[in-house]
Design a protein around this ligand. Structure first.
Ligand code: OSB
Ligand code: MG
Length: 375
């Protein structure tokens, strides 16, 4: 596979409904898409960095910078036998994992298309259907949240995850449990608590949650291990796990019993597979997290979720929960059993709506071998 050019695009898409976490509210997404031209095909990747550096230190602008100045030039014009080989080209660059992942994952898409195999098979997956959950943000009122949960349960989703923060936690969970005592329920704090709040965090145990996601500092697992010893609810780490080595260390010290795998957070499919593997070897289940992706990132998440240790429902849900008009065809749909059917077609298994992408594009840069051009 010889990469003739790398194209960066920024598109803007309003969310159907705002999404609020303990670190803020998003109403419109600015999304960086990466496409590769090679051997007569076009392959796509999506950068999951947010609008600002609030989930992690990356944002769409830092990702654009890293891709434009370093990552794309390090592979443009080069030939790779396998997608995973591009990881070596990125090795002098520290951090910028979401930026790397967008490019590496586009190359996986290219490899799958070139070999005429479904992306999920190339990744080593085996599942033909994946179990789905939903992540529901903080709402303006508890009634609004309960109405949303009702809708998602009726749609068939297998697990409800709600965002929590101080002031929107025990009271909210109590009302959910009162109405639905038996549903599979978890919560995500996105680092909203401190170890000094351990007594408060112990109160979460009464709700029989599947897990509490990243309760403490975004970059910590040492103190999460202390917390895990003090509470019954399983801790799941999200933000703090950047690679397989982190997963190994976190599991070894008892910082979590479950791991959320986000392909962008761990720098791409190659590392995501390694995180999956170290967790599997240690008996720790994983699930696929989401980052409010368009259909491109969503189709990559579906492919990743087919690996055997993705045994818990992921935050991989229908396009229509986020977008009026997704940029892939068909849109991602979820069955009444709360599952997504894994596509059998080669590559991603979803077509790209290039006309729509063109209309949504607000900036574009093409990086070729030695020379560059802006349009
Ligand atoms: O912590 O999982 C998270 C969205 C943005 C940033 C962080 C997170 C999330 C979600 C959304 O929970 C999951 C989804 O895409 O449905
Ligand atoms: Mg999370």
């Amino acid at each position: 596979m010889k990469i003739e050019s790398v194209t960066l695009r920024e598109i803007r898409m309003p969310l159907v409904h705002f999404f609020e976490t303990s670190f803020g509210r998003t109403t419109e997404r600015r999304i960086l898409l990466v496409s590769l031209e090679l051997d007569g095909i076009t392959a796509w990747g999506e950068c999951v960095a947010g609008e600002g550096p609030f989930y992690s230190e990356e944002s769409i602008d830092t990702a654009w910078y890293a891709l434009n100045a370093y990552l794309a030039p390090s592979v443009a014009g080069l030939r790779f036998e396998r997608a995973t080989d591009c990881v070596r080209s990125f090795s002098p660059i520290r951090g910028h994992r979401m930026a790397r992942a967008a490019l590496e994952n586009a190359l996986w898409d290219a490899e799958a298309q070139t070999k005429s195999v479904p992306l999920w098979k190339l990744l080593g997956g085996s599942r033909t259907e994946i179990p789905c959950g939903v992540s529901i943000g903080i709402q303006d009122s508890v009634d609004q949240l309960l109405a949303k949960i009702e809708g998602e349960l009726a749609a068939g989703y297998q697990r409800i995850k709600v965002k929590v923060k101080p002031g929107w936690d025990l009271n909210v969970l109590a009302q959910i449990r009162e109405r639905w005592p038996g549903i599979v329920l978890s919560c995500d704090a996105n680092s909203a608590y401190r170890l000094s709040e351990i007594d408060h965090l112990r109160e979460f145990d009464q709700f029989g949650l599947l897990m509490i996601e990243q309760p403490l500092w975004y970059d910590d697992f040492y103190f999460h291990a202390q917390l895990q010893k003090a509470i019954k609810t399983a801790i799941c780490l999200d933000e703090a796990i950047h690679n397989a080595r982190d997963a190994e260390a976190a599991i070894e010290i008892g910082a979590c019993r479950i791991v959320n795998v986000k392909v962008g957070r761990v720098a791409g499919f190659s590392e995501a597979i390694r995180v999956h593997d170290v967790c599997q070897q240690r008996g720790i289940p994983v699930w696929c997290g989401g980052m409010l992706e368009t259909g491109i990132g969503r189709s990559h998440n579906i492919a990743l979720s087919t690996l055997p240790n993705f045994t818990l429902p992921g935050d991989v849900s229908a396009s229509k929960r986020y977008w009026k008009d997704d940029i892939i065809e068909p849109a991602v749909e979820v069955s009444s059993r709360g599952t997504i059917q894994v596509p059998e077609a080669a590559g991603r298994g979803f077509k790209i709506r290039e006309d729509l992408i063109d209309r949504l594009t607000v900036r574009k840069e093409v990086i070729r071998g030695a020379t560059r051009s802006t349009r």
